[in-house]
Design a protein around this ligand. Sequence first.
Ligand code: SF4
Length: 453
Amino acid sequence: MSLFDTALIKKYDHSGPRYTSYPTANNFSEFSINEYQAQVEISNQNKRAISLYCHIPFCDTVCYYCGCNKVVTKDKTKAEPYLQRLFQEIELQAELFDQNHQVAQMHFGGGTPTFLSNEQIIRLSEKLQEAFNFSDKGEYSIEIDPRGVDEDTIKALAKARFNRVSLGVQDFDMDVQKAVNRVQSFAQTKAVVDLSRAHGFKSISIDLIYGLPKQSVQSFEATLEKVAELRPDRISLFNYAHLPELFKPQRRINILELPSADEKLAIFKFSMDFLLDQGYVYIGMDHFALPQDPLAIAQQQGELYRNFQGYSTHAQCDIVGLGLSAIGQVGDSFSQNEKDIVRYYAALDAGKLPIIKGQVINEDDKIRRAVIMDLICHFQLDFASIEWGFGIQFKSYFADELLRLGEMDADGLLALNENSIQVLDKGKLLIRNICMVFDAYLATSKTQFSKTI
Ligand code: SF4
């Protein structure tokens, strides 16, 4: 399979959203608690399964490439006051949802969720299980920093009901690790992978980043060889976006040490070929999975979905976002919590949910979201399915968009015919560019997005 066409990638080298939602989070505006409650009512009537997202914002050191919402501190006593507010938030949210909803997914992200002690992680999970109705077959995942994890932590995670772990690695090369202030040996990572497998975790995921300072094709090949030895079920290969004006820690990266645009592209091409050669399936965007992984199976069966945590096997979940800056997706709405920790605490101390922004999506948003989801998850769009789902005439509704796809059709990114759009191999890496054609908000957006490759 030839996914990589350097000339086309350079031609379509634009910035654009990652479509973890449509409309994207930069479009959210003022959103009241009353509006949120009305959306929970819709969710209660639909009885959709629930996905719980818990954001733990603390990290004890800062990685210079970081673009996340986090609080850097070595002071572990900061965790308990945060947990108290999180527990209040869980109670406020649980009061709104009726018990007919089953929790099909739980995810702890950050920051660094393992900043919490083992006892705190178990307590938080138990609090969620008291408040919501958990499925026996759910996917319960947590992001872990292998530098601070031992066998007791892994046992605690299993006790807290987690069955999937996601490990931050980024790169195994010591020079790269020093340049980004994240020194983490292969031995540390391997020990955590082995322990997770020994304690019955069903899926192990590893995050990598290309485009970091001091990286070269040669150095990254050595990293990929080590990753192959660990054989994780899923691999995320993120593109480092250097935006120091937006993300303060990135100002500590020496731009002279960053790989050139050509070298970066070469690293990406090499990685892509390497992972496919190792038997991984390209899921889309920056994700790879082993063929037997549920993500690859969901894609094959047309059940893959994309949400704020990336690709997901559960299409029809409402997401309850808990914690600082967490994003929820309930009923026909998106909502986002306060990003400032003082204001987040103040809202909960006043007995209020800390939701500050959001958006109720309209019919046009729903139609475009369905189109973008089909393209980004399955690389295919049948006009009939959208016409059937929304009662529109696809070709007249999207006449302008279909015209704009003509150039991509001519470039071999996709095959546009009377009834469908099929994304071809060369277009798979440029899927964000294809989706952007259907994004009604992009023309007026002032947001600075990352490069699509
Ligand atoms: S990359 Fe992750 S671990 Fe590193 S500072 Fe950012 S949130 Fe913390």
